[in-house]
Design a binder for this molecule. Sequence first.
Ligand code: GLV
Ligand code: MN
Ligand code: MN
Length: 411
Amino acid sequence: MSNLTVDADRLLRRIEELGSLGRDAQGRLVRVAASDMDKLGRDRLVAWLEEAGLEVAVDRIGNIFGIWRDDANAGEAPVMLGSHIDTVIDAGIYDGCYGVLAGLEAIESLKEAGFAPARPLVVAAFTNEEGVRFSPDMMGSLVFAGGRDLEEALASVGTDGAVLGKELERIGYAGRHAPGFLKPHAYVELHVEQGPVLEREGIAIGAVENLQGISWQRITIDGEANHAGTTPMRMRRDAGVAAARVIGFLADRASASPTPTVATVGTIAFEPNAINVIPSRATFTIDLRDPNETHLREQEAALAAFLDNLAASAGVTVQAESLARFEPVSFDAGIVSLIEDGARAAGLSCRRMTSGAGHDAQMIARIAPSAMIFVPSRGGISHNPAEFTVPEDLVAGANILLGVAARLAAD
Ligand code: GLV
Ligand code: MN
Ligand code: MN
């Protein structure tokens, strides 16, 4: 199959078209999970799956599958390709969408070329990978892999108060299949790197061999509202100042860490949120990551100790709630080697690497040999509309995916 390639124009056109769907009045891409905007993307994807002659299946957590099987191979475990099409707020057009559309493209190209796989090939678009509206992230693939109870996931309450199960019903994607109804033989996810390594080193393909651990928490600090003009500094129980101390602690500790720990406070809200009122409450989220589980636990423990001390010294109460906790994952060595072989055969430079971002592959690795392919991201920018990968790199990655998929489906 080594001389088979994807239809580059079709792939690039679809990436642009999907990226044009789900924009708000300011033109921002906001296809957050199970929203009306998400529906627009989902409907378009399903239309493309149908046009490609794939059988479309949706499971109860809203994961969408495009299945190519025939009478001869229907009993075999499928090779699954995929990623997600939900986005963050003000997203770029490649994160997740590239992996789904390249998966479709690889399958469609193999089908058109008359390839006769020994196994079915499936492209998957998993629900709520980003976790912006509903926690945890990677929820659809987590439920699919049996890592979270379906009903519990469907009962998740979003940042806007909406319930995931109701939203999936409302947008027409509460499917009938039990999550996990397909048992993958292998799973391969193609993704933009979203970091600077490949571009900086001038390397075309990343063979991703592991993925770092993720800890998400929501912190609620309660102090006391009081007058901003009359309350002496020493008499304040200022939840805002306490929150700022946590942010400073995390940034200093991660920056000084000898390990590649990263820490982010990406959301914060004050109550009552008024210019002349000392905040009575601060609610914010923490995203803490490290490729090593022991180090991640050390960081979590240091944070917990800091929060305890803060409560005592600042006269506030502090509550910490875990929103997501995933250990680091090692991918399948055999698939990583297939990716390297594919790159070598195509004359492309390749290196092994760790993923800094969370991905659905991290969840599917629980039930099937899995690995990921990365292509360079310009300036290492992602979760930002400036996210960009040159078309040649997008096509090169899709061709590696096609080759690896064909190899995995051949026996
Ligand atoms: C998913 O994009 C993540 O937060 O890593
Ligand atoms: Mn992604
Ligand atoms: Mn993302």
